[in-house]
Write a protein that binds this ligand. Structure first.
Ligand code: GDP
Length: 298
């Protein structure tokens, strides 16, 4: 119910658009398909997903000899659901000893998401440690510490301007010594300085590999759901730097651009693992693609 409520604007944007196309046409013709296409593009489903979904629909319409536009609704929903399952399925790292790198540009909700995730895992009885490796922004460490306190988990940080890799080194070794289940690593978000950031992330990777061999690794990129197609652009940039294992899609409450979740699955083949649905600590939900489609269309 919470998810459905949060997706109200996205649902209005996409579903109302579809329904007006379905009821506005008495026959299935090129114009009908064009209007559906426009609705999907406007709904931020992305060019590739839109094309695949339409192709699938046309195929079914021809195969089944469908004439009534209203009969396209279920097929369309099924094709969208199908698009949500291309690519990797999300691996459930929550029960495993893991080091989780959280990356994303400033302002997308990275700090908040780390706090929410820490709290969620802690409530499941996991021992969590946060590494504040964004030593570039003075306020970043303080903000993260507030979230760590709220979540009731420890944090390892470094002084402003110190080497983020050394924070990771300290945190990884503390995680081993304290038998931590999940180490959540905040990282800098200066994508405009891509070369430096890439080097920094690579160095962190090497340290984790060396200091904690065999531990399960997650590389989560945080994207702001309200930015629509820009979120996709950012994810692609990070994908050049790291092997992404999942997406945290924030600010899904109140945005009409929630269709971006479909575009992400379809174009990046990286699973959305969590969505942010508010500013409070409990406002992070595990993402289930089928639930998402149901919440939109049921
Ligand atoms: P960072 O710079 O990426 O670390 O971003 P922050 O975590 O500081 O978040 C930036 C702003 O976005 C803050 O005002 C957060 O409260 C807000 N925010 C983060 N996640 C969500 C979300 O899921 N929903 C809403 N409505 N706001 C969010």
């Amino acid at each position: 119910a919470r998810l459905r409520e949060g997706l109200t604007k996205t649902r209005n944007n996409i579903v109302k658009g579809f329904d007006s196309v379905f009821s506005g046409y008495s026959v299935i013709d090129d114009e009908f398909y064009e209007e559906l296409e426009e609705t999907m593009i406007m709904g931020d489903l992305g060019g590739r997903a839109t094309e695949e979904i339409l192709d699938r629909l046309k195929e079914q319409v021809n195969d089944q000899g469908i004439c009534d536009p209203q009969d396209c609704r279920e097929i369309l929903i099924d094709s969208i659901r199908e698009q949500m399952h291309v690519g990797k399925t999300a691996y459930d790292f929550e029960k495993e000893q893991s080091v989780v790198m959280v990356i994303g540009v400033n302002g997308v909700g990275k700090t908040t998401s780390i706090g929410k995730l820490a709290s969620k895992l802690k409530k499941q009885g996991r021992k969590v440690l946060i590494a504040a490796a964004d030593t570039f922004r003075a306020a970043a460490g303080d903000q993260l510490e507030e979230w760590a306190n709220r979540a009731g988990v420890d944090m390892i940080g470094g002084v402003e301007g110190s080497d983020p890799a050394s924070v990771i080194y300290d945190a990884v070794n503390a995680a081993k010594a304290r038998h931590v289940d999940v180490l959540l690593c905040d990282t800098a978000g200066r994508l405009h300085n891509k070369k430096n950031l890439m080097e920094e992330l690579r160095k962190m990777n090497r340290i984790i590999d060396r200091e904690f061999p065999g531990v399960h690794r997650e590389n989560l990129v945080v994207l702001d759901g309200t930015t629509g197609q820009n979120a996709l652009v950012q994810a692609r940039e990070f994908a050049q730097v790291m092997d992404l294992t999942g997406i945290i899609l924030t600010k899904m409450d109140g945005t009409a651009k929630g269709g971006i979740a479909v575009a992400i699955q379809s174009e990046l083949h990286v699973p959305v693992k969590y969505i942010g649905v508010g500013e409070k600590i409990e406002d992070l939900q595990k993402f289930d693609p089928d639930q998402f489609v149901n919440a939109l269309f049921d």
